[in-house]
Design a protein around this ligand. Structure first.
Ligand SMILES: [Zn+2]
Length: 60
């Protein structure tokens, strides 16, 4: 049992879950979820539109 952190962005008025991009920007970039609407990510959130929820994952 663990915890998965889900990120959301409210740039468009409604929360949108961030997604891991399928094509890495560069080899130095760690996999980080990005907003499909505005491109914000947890390490680059200039408008402070991101928030996260820690969701428990159960392994039954
Ligand atoms: Zn956004």
């Amino acid at each position: 049992m663990g915890v998965e952190r889900k990120w959301f962005c409210t740039c468009g008025g409604t929360p949108l879950e961030l997604e891991i991009p399928t094509t890495p920007v560069s080899e130095d970039e760690v996999d980080e979820p990005v907003c499909r609407r505005c491109g914000a990510s947890p390490s680059s959130d200039p408008r402070k539109t991101l928030y996260y929820q820690d969701v428990e994952t159960r392994e039954d």
